[in-house]
Design a protein around this ligand. Structure first.
Ligand code: SF4
Ligand code: SF4
Length: 395
């Protein structure tokens, strides 16, 4: 059965859920209410800037504020925070009634390539999250290199079986491939109930996000948005792009425009934001609860901001860290790119050298032997060794 018509999600509802009212969408033609803002558990508060270890106390506050404000969608994955994210969010949500929140997690496809069994991984995930089912379950980061594997091990068949057993209520996948692959995934398999896309105004105007969103609309598959602020880069922006927004609305955060851009799309079920502190939760909730529709003038403005940003935006790294586990030399690739992007936005070489100096010498760009192992897993298709070399040249 294929979902019939696109744009079936009814207009949003506003309903209190314990704390500040939050806006909701309804899943297609059902009564299932999903908050328009979801908590991504990939960038939870950490004990230190260098490591991935979660600061459980702070992170619990983030989760509690989100929940009490009516957020009912929590998105984790096997690999987030070096595997700790699932354990944390399971424990953090334990005190709330199971039916009052939606928990999403993801099957790490790359582990299956190494011979791991999907059943074993899924069982571990349920155990780590202390639940008997996931409300939303995804194949994680489907890209062009995964198509053959997905078919050969019949991963969609496994996903269907989870649904039939009630261990995954809704099944889908997060996507980092080409629009052509997305179309084939929708045409070849009729089981997808949602797809998670990287969607933000930068990727809409300068990449393939619009094309991908349109494909989902065509197949009537609701879209869950990830990276609405592009790993935070649409919040920091560069000075020229930021000046455009500041001049227009000095009292609004740059992130709020990015969240509104994604949330106003009619077939978007929820916008996931990786909130790292209470201020970000409050800012995002106030954004989603306000008037999210952008005017024609604001759309034009964001198009200009995207262009301005692009002129300075050198490496489109979202700091997802998928590459790190592939690197035989442990190069901290996102840290090098973050330092490089600081420079490319400010044009102040000190910004680069200061940030670069904080990376241990055995994991900075000079440790790269250009083997290319990292490149195949990068969802942003960054030519990593080449860009690392460019960063080294700055020194
Ligand atoms: S190309 Fe460089 S950064 Fe990438 S995996 Fe190889 S050594 Fe690591
Ligand atoms: S280089 Fe690619 S894979 Fe690595 S952190 Fe950045 S976006 Fe993720």
């Amino acid at each position: 059965m294929r979902f019939s018509a696109a744009r079936q999600i009814p207009p949003m509802l506003t309903e209190p859920n314990g704390g500040t009212p939050v806006k909701y969408n309804t899943y297609k033609n059902t009564q299932q209410k999903i908050s328009k803002l979801g908590l991504g558990c990939m960038r939870l508060p950490r004990l230190s800037a260098e490591g991935e270890a979660i600061d459980w106390e702070q992170a619990q506050r983030v989760v509690d504020l989100a929940y009490e404000s009516g957020i009912n969608y929590f998105d984790t994955a096997f690999g987030y925070h070096d595997g700790e994210s699932e354990r944390f969010i399971g424990a953090a949500l334990k005190k709330y009634p199971r039916e009052s929140f939606n928990l999403a997690s993801k099957m790490p496809i790359w582990k299956l390539r190494d011979g791991a069994k999907p059943e074993d991984i899924f069982a571990q995930q349920l155990e780590k999250c202390q639940v008997e089912y996931f409300d939303f379950y995804l194949m994680h980061a489907v890209g062009d290199n995964d198509e053959e594997l997905i078919k050969s091990i019949d991963l969609p068949g496994f996903m269907r079986s989870l649904k039939a057993q009630g261990r995954a209520k809704r099944i889908g996948f997060s996507f980092h491939g080409s629009p052509a692959l997305l179309r084939r995934m929708c045409e070849n398999y009729d089981c997808w109930e949602f797809v998670q896309l990287q969607l933000n105004y930068y990727d809409w105007y300068d990449n393939t996000a619009k094309e991908e969103y349109d494909i989902l609309c065509e197949f009537g598959i609701p879209c869950i948005v990830m990276e609405p602020v592009r790993g935070g880069s649409l919040h920091t922006l560069n000075s020229d792009a930021k000046a455009l927004l500041d001049e227009y609305a000095p009292d609004k955060s740059a992130a709020s425009f990015a969240i509104r851009f994604a949330a106003e799309l009619p077939d978007v079920l929820t916008v996931l934001s990786g909130m790292s502190n209470l201020e970000q939760v409050k800012d995002n909730i106030s954004t989603i609860n306000g008037d999210i529709d952008l005017s024609a003038e604001e759309h034009e403005l964001l198009k200009k901001v995207a262009l301005e940003f692009r002129r300075n935006f050198t490496v489109p790294c979202t700091a997802c860290k998928y590459c790190i586990s592939e690197c035989p030399n442990g190069v901290d690739i996102p840290a090098v790119f973050a330092a490089y992007n600081k420079y490319s936005m400010s044009r102040d070489l000190d910004d680069f050298t200061d940030a670069y100096a904080k990376i241990p010498s055995d994991s900075n760009a000079s440790a790269c032997i250009a083997c290319g192992a990292c490149q195949s897993v990068c969802p942003q298709s960054i030519e990593i060794p080449k860009k690392l070399k460019k960063a080294l040249e700055l020194l």
